[in-house]
Ligand binder design. Structure first.
Ligand SMILES: [Zn+2]
Length: 471
């Protein structure tokens, strides 16, 4: 933990005077005007913020993840003005401009609500002909020559957890976006002829060469948008009540076919094992990414274009099924990707392997489990102070992080499966999923689900440092 991180941990602890995350889902009412050619946008987001804590709040925090240079490159988001309850207030920025402090004009008692309105402007990072501007960015808020990827592009209400406001600085590896499940009513203005993903609920002619798209979504951790040049038709199918759409350029038709096949099969496997998804659609979009093979959002995930060029590689199956598993573990059941990044990554890695074993090739699945064991053992030898459940900022680099949180975590889950037996183990996972649906879970919730399912006290390095249960 570096000095700045320690400082923010102290601030968060200081603010954590009482437990109580709000149970009512926040509702974002957002209007967005996109200059597609320039890769810039302006908008307004209004939230009826309800104080779910048991203490009065004098401030509310939002996140601007897109300002984290290490992951988002030159992308930027600026809050231009803020109102609370109709009164203008002056927000301030912290943690490399990724945290917005919004003062409340008067203390907000527990259970009370007020409307917070933030107006904002944003600019996507430019992907030039020679590639990304920096070696570190993922490509999550990026304008390339044929598309505009907009994830974490607007002010996102920070969760208020048992440890206070979640305002950790963004680490230079792993995932950053962390939010309560929320409902979204979004109006988007874009030029005519641009493909908009996800598919809007309605599209009307705005009369000035643009169209007005509206979206009404419930239970999302985040609201992603991908805009693509011209008309693009997805390859679609339905699995376990979920519409799946694979959006690939024509030159990657094979990747589109394999993606849809693996997506249908994995949605069926995960729905049967864990429970049904709360989303009507999942969109899978090829995007120019670097450093990552895929990235999960809510109801949508991105697949790196580089990997879509080799869809017959078994790793492509792993990418699609891993990111699809994040719809269950990240999007439907949330967790803190900074303090407990292993929770969703271990589960997604493990679930993907179960899918591989059942629907693709048991040999490939077995080989992947052997790779987990090797990577994990090497990581334990080279970094004996770290463990699967370490926070993101404890890992010195993405390789070490992956060896513990992905390989090590999935390996330990597989060891638990062997110890508990399939019946108790998968009942435990289903209980964790269904109990955590729409909420933010912690590691001890998973431990308790296994304990209840087996009627025993399972021991695992995963649960060495139990955090406060939230379910
Ligand atoms: Zn993942």
């Amino acid at each position: 933990m570096d000095r700045k991180t320690r400082c923010w941990a102290v601030v968060a602890l200081f603010l954590a005077a009482g437990w109580g995350a709000a149970d009512a889902a926040p509702r974002y009412r957002m209007s967005l005007d996109v200059d597609y050619a320039a890769g810039t946008y302006s908008g307004e987001v209004a939230i009826d913020y309800a104080n779910g804590a048991d203490i009065a709040q004098t401030e509310v925090f939002f996140r601007l993840y897109g300002n984290a240079d290490a992951l988002y490159g030159a992308a930027s988001i600026v809050v231009t003005s803020a109102d609370v309850g109709g009164q203008s207030v002056s927000p301030s920025l912290y943690a490399d401009d990724t945290v917005v402090f919004v003062p409340l004009p008067s203390p907000l008692a527990p259970g009370d609500a007020t409307e917070i309105v933030l107006r904002f402007e944003g600019s996507a990072a430019r992907l030039g002909p020679t590639g990304f501007a920096t070696d570190s960015e993922y490509g999550l808020l990026t304008r390339s020559d044929s598309m505009l990827t907009l994830t974490a592009f607007y002010p996102i209400l920070a969760p208020y957890t048992s440890e206070g406001w979640a305002i950790d600085p963004v680490a230079p590896h792993g995932d950053a976006a962390f939010a309560d499940a929320a409902d979204y009513d979004v109006t988007l203005l874009v030029p005519q002829g641009v493909t908009v993903i996800p598919v809007p609920n309605s599209v009307d002619d705005a009369g000035d060469g643009r169209v007005r798209c509206t979206f009404a979504k419930t239970g999302l951790r985040d609201f992603p948008l991908v805009l693509i040049d011209g008309s693009l038709t997805p390859r679609s199918a339905t699995a376990s009540g979920v519409t799946i759409r694979a959006w690939y350029p024509l030159r990657h038709e094979q990747a589109s076919l394999i993606t849809l096949d693996r997506s249908v099969a994995s949605v069926d496997v995960y729905s049967a094992l864990f429970g049904p998804l709360p989303f009507a659609c999942v969109d899978i979009v090829e995007a120019p990414l670097q450093r990552v093979a895929g990235v999960e959002c809510s109801g949508l995930f991105l697949v790196a274009a580089d990997y879509a060029a080799s869809p017959r590689d078994p790793f492509f199956d792993i990418i699609v099924s891993h990111e699809m598993a994040h719809q269950w573990f990240y999007a439907a059941v949330g967790n803190d990707p900074t303090e407990e990044p292993w929770l969703d990554e271990s589960l997604a890695t493990f679930a993907s392997n179960v899918f591989l074993s059942l629907a693709v090739s048991d040999d490939v699945a077995r080989a992947e489990r052997a790779q987990w064991a090797t990577a994990y053992q090497q990581a334990l030898l080279s970094a004996p102070d770290l463990r699967v459940a370490s926070p993101l900022y404890a890992f010195p680099d993405s390789g070490t992080y992956s060896a513990f949180a992905y390989s090590g975590g999935a390996h330990e889950l597989d060891a638990l499966r062997q110890a508990l037996g399939d019946d108790a183990f998968f009942r435990g996972l289903a209980d964790y999923y269904q109990g955590g649906l729409g909420r933010i879970a912690v590691g001890s919730d998973l431990e308790r689900s296994f304990r209840d399912a087996c009627g025993c006290w399972p021991t695992s390095p995963l649960f060495d440092s139990a955090r406060t249960p939230s379910l």
